[in-house]
Design a protein around this ligand. Sequence first.
Ligand SMILES: Nc1nc2c(c(=O)[nH]1)N[C@H]1C(S)=C(S)[C@@H](COP(=O)(O)O)O[C@H]1N2
Ligand SMILES: [Mo]
Length: 329
Amino acid sequence: MRIKRSGAPGRVKEAEVTPKEVFFSHGSRRTFLKAGLLGGSVLATGALYETLLVPPRKVRPSTPLPKDVLAAAPGLPSEDKKNRYEEITTYNNFYEFSTDKYGVAEEAAKLVSRPWTVAVTGLVQRPGVFDVDALFRRFPLEERVYRMRCVEGWSMVIPWMGFPLARLLALAAPLGSAKFVELQTLHDPARMPGQRRDILDWPYVEGLRLDEAMHPLTILVGGLYGETLPPQNGAPLRLAVPWKYGFKGAKSIVRISLVEKQPKTTWNHYSPDEYGFYSNVNPEVAHPRWSQAEERRIGELGKRPTLPFNGYGAEVASLYAGMDLRKNF
Ligand SMILES: Nc1nc2c(c(=O)[nH]1)N[C@H]1C(S)=C(S)[C@@H](COP(=O)(O)O)O[C@H]1N2
Ligand SMILES: [Mo]
């Protein structure tokens, strides 16, 4: 990603390491575990390298989630090694606070994310404004271990606590005319100081086609590693769509609108050649300034091949049957 009004194109500040092929298992959903390993072995990562890639720093402890918002379901297993809590909470993209991935946690720490409401509006039979904690009691959070791939070329395995967006949408009952879902981040420069700067068009807006939004892998996230979601990861409520580039996962959501036309999403509007509306993870479609064929898993040396749909093709490829994914990137 790059910053609006900067003369030179932005550079991803990443510790570049010697490429070394590693492979990972396919599918994290119980039903697809049968697919097993694609082959190869997972590179054993030493604590030394983890230290190298994510500097150790004090992480504020989060609040454990109350029992009554946790689903009985044990969650979805993943054969990938989970990233450490410290990695997930100290290397973030959240431009409302900082464009420095290592600086977001500290800047976002002040965000007051309770009380917080989310409006579900637009082309629905039953619009509503929901208190997030009431929402979590209604739709208990279950663990979903997802591989997440940033468009910048890094990835993590994150044990989110979430519930399917489809459950909330079903409650609102979309009208037949609703074709897309638009998600909006809070717009409040007093609470999100990065919004005082003209980096992006605020508020941050993301969107999905209605069928993508209704897919069971598409979740609203309220927790991480069994704890309340920390501010830097999008407290109190953010989206996670594991087969798409990370920027689709809007953080600190205040509004979910059902609309007829494809929403004007922040990054797509900012640079349509670089960030497509669909933004499905696709190793065959390069970003204009870098390849998307490989990725660096945070905490590991070397690179992994990037898989179509981030490895979730068995679950989601049918959503795009007949579409030219080079054109609709
Ligand atoms: N509101 C908002 N949401 C956002 C972003 C952002 O800058 N602002 N960054 C996106 C990007 S590029 C990524 S990769 C993920 C990072 O999520 P994480 O920090 O929880 O890993 O958040 C996405 N959601
Ligand atoms: Mo990203």
